[in-house]
Design a protein around this ligand. Structure first.
Ligand SMILES: Nc1ncnc2c1ncn2[C@@H]1O[C@H](COP(=O)(O)OP(=O)(O)OP(=O)(O)O)[C@@H](O)[C@H]1O
Ligand SMILES: [Mg+2]
Length: 401
């Protein structure tokens, strides 16, 4: 900004007492201000309406002829352009009631007649200084808003890039994950056809082929099923349900499974204050099952899984805490990546937490993983209490760029 020539400060004086008007103009012009005076308020209002240059201060008398000073104040303030322009009232009325009424009508300061030159100049300088500071604030605010919008659009670009990267990573992972079982199936068929040519097919060989092919098919099916939820293409209907009820169902289903293999206790603590939300019950149930599986797999033989809910402010906290091995430090940042797994089992595709994260996003919720201070892992979901979902937006594929 060029600061070498000071900007002209334009002041408007409105007073039907010509002597007073001229006196104020004289005092202020003498200080280098550009002063325009009006003895008729309507004329002044018309001028203000179309004024080309910035007006830094308006001085007006309370006792005018056409309309009252209070009304004039209100009309000036009703124009958005003069919402924050300082208005100084000059009046012979010294009663506090008049001063208060003037302030309420939008005036910023009050000066008593007869006008004292020094008092007038001090008040004018102070009001103009405040106005200059205010203008600077507005300018800085506009710059901040501009910078904020630029940052927001940069962030959106980043998020989109991240989506592309994750789609890329996912496509790469998918090729690998599906290619492996397909190679097994293809190999098995080759072995069968070779044996058939030699006429040497026995039951043991066939059982082996069936077992290996069945596992490979199961693995492919598991990947496809998980991906369906992850990409949110398989949308069921939105229903109004209490999360507690879904969790109770998951716990019951899981308890049956656990009893058959392990000695793992499920402890349930539900906050009955948790109300209903809009949700895809099946998707949530699937996400919760993945968390139960992870907890059970981490525990192994003996331990506890605690499922709890709590209504905290406007959020529902759902927690799955286990007494297993806990997350390794290096896994914490990668655990949500599709196909990231530390498990050796052929049935672990590394999609559980990716599904949980996809389902959480669908429900405007967040997931957090951490380890308990006393050991074991804790996965928390924060779901907006009373969540309402728009069916159209909900059904939109998460990867629909
Ligand atoms: N409760 C838990 N305790 C400790 N580590 C966990 C827990 N849950 C997940 N992890 C870690 O995060 C990784 C990713 O979990 P995720 O559920 O996505 O895949 P996965 O369980 O390996 O395979 P999948 O779920 O497809 O069967 C796991 O391999 C494991 O290392
Ligand atoms: Mg898992």
């Amino acid at each position: 900004m060029n600061k070498s020539r000071p900007e002209t400060v334009n002041i408007i004086v409105i007073d039907d007492d010509l002597n007073n008007m001229e006196l104020i103009s004289l005092y202020l012009s003498g200080c280098g201000y550009s002063v325009k005076s009006f003895s008729q308020e309507i004329e002044a209002l018309n001028y203000l309406q179309g004024a080309e240059s910035k007006i830094s201060l308006i001085i007006l008398d309370l006792m005018l002829t056409e309309i009252s000073g209070y009304e004039l104040c209100r009309r000036i303030r009703s124009n958005p352009r003069y919402r924050f322009t300082p208005i100084l009232i000059s009046s012979g009325l010294t009663d506090n009631k008049d001063k208060n009424a003037a302030m309420e009508a939008g005036a910023d300061d009050f000066i008593s007649k007869p006008i004292d030159r020094q008092v007038l100049i001090t008040r004018v300088r102070s009001l103009i200084r405040i106005q200059t500071l205010y203008d600077e604030l507005i300018e800085k605010n506009e710059k901040l808003e501009y910078a904020f919008n630029k940052l927001k659009s940069a962030q959106n670009t980043l998020i989109n890039n991240e989506k592309f990267v994750s789609i890329g990573a996912m496509a790469q992972g998918l090729t690998h994950e599906i290619y492996n079982p397909l190679t097994i199936i293809g190999g098995n068929l080759e072995r069968v056809s070779l044996k058939m040519k030699n006429g040497k097919i026995d039951n043991e060989f066939l059982n082996q082929i069936i077992f290996s092919t069945r596992n490979a098919v199961k693995r492919c099916a598991k990947i496809v099923e998980a991906l369906e939820t992850y990409s949110a293409e398989k949308i069921n209907s939105i229903e109004r349900t209490c999360v507690n009820d879904i969790l109770k169902r998951v716990a019951t289903l899981f308890a049956v499974k656990l009893k058959m293999m392990h000695s793992i206790n499920i402890i349930e603590t539900y906050d009955e204050a948790v109300g209903e939300i809009d949700c895809d019950q099946q998707a949530l149930q699937q996400a919760f099952m993945h968390l139960m599986n992870n907890a059970a797999e981490s525990i192994g033989e003996n331990g506890e899984i605690t499922i709890s809910t709590a209504l905290s402010g406007d959020e529902i906290m759902v927690r799955f805490s286990d007494t297993g091995a806990g997350f390794k430090e290096e896994d914490l940042s990668k655990a949500f990546d599709p196909f990231y797994t530390t498990k050796l089992s052929a049935m672990s595709a590394g999609l559980g937490l990716a599904v949980v994260s996809g389902v959480a996003k669908l429900h405007n919720s967040t997931v957090e993983i951490k380890n308990n201070p006393s050991g074991g892992a804790c996965v928390s979901l924060k779901i907006p209490a009373g969540l309402r979902l728009d069916e159209k937006k909900f059904t939109k594929n998460l990867f629909n760029l």
